[in-house]
Design a protein around this ligand. Sequence first.
Ligand SMILES: NC(=O)c1ccc[n+]([C@@H]2O[C@H](COP(=O)([O-])OP(=O)(O)OC[C@H]3O[C@@H](n4cnc5c(N)ncnc54)[C@H](OP(=O)(O)O)[C@@H]3O)[C@@H](O)[C@H]2O)c1
Length: 216
Amino acid sequence: MAAELIRSALHPYPASLLIATKVGMVRPGPNQWKPLGRPDYLRAAVEASLRRLGVDRLQLCYLHRIDPQVPLADQLGALRELQVEGKVGHIGISKVTVDDLGAASALVEVAAEQNVLNVDEPDDPVVAVCQRRGLPYVPYRPLNAGKLSAEKALTWLLGLGDHIAPIPGTSSAEHLRELVAAVRQQERSPQHPRQAAVTEGHGVPEGRTVRAGTDV
Ligand SMILES: NC(=O)c1ccc[n+]([C@@H]2O[C@H](COP(=O)([O-])OP(=O)(O)OC[C@H]3O[C@@H](n4cnc5c(N)ncnc54)[C@H](OP(=O)(O)O)[C@@H]3O)[C@@H](O)[C@H]2O)c1
């Protein structure tokens, strides 16, 4: 659904836009999510995203969850195969521990990592590991699902380092404007010299420039 909306609103896509996609979870019922990391399913999910977005390549494709029922090498191996075929640009991982990040990095080049992080849930040792490695860290649920003030929440996150690229979610044009303004204010702040734009994608691996954004 999100992919179709993005396509109808933004296609043909400007060269400056990076669209990030996640594969590897299924929704068996309302508000129920379950990892599904079988290689055939991951391939089908990538193919479906390519069709829905109307692109030849997913620029940044996250493994949404590591499926404990499937060897990690098979899950990331499937994404690596798709990368070799040109259907996936960069590979990301999501909801991981420091050990998961190490294991994944031994198998593929991890381009970005996405974990929950916000002022109410502030402790994630993966933040420091990503900073040391120059790896984009993408906090999801950055506003704690709307419980936090957008400006304060983003100020806190963006202050953690240049490798942080939060992805606030909104269904409101007014809120989107506020989010863009909050990020731009950070850009202007001498304490946080960075490039950031809520309207663009996140986890840009090239040149390790990170930007706030949203994902599909
Ligand atoms: N990797 C993962 O496993 C995972 C899991 C969950 C989420 N995510 C990703 O994380 C992103 C964001 O997560 P999220 O949407 O669940 O949580 P969130 O960004 O923490 O919060 C979104 C909520 O904040 C509200 N909001 C946004 N801007 C606001 C503003 N300026 N003033 C007041 N309220 C505001 C929104 O309401 P309105 O709609 O009314 O603006 C919405 O209810 C999504 O792109 C999602 O795909 C990833």
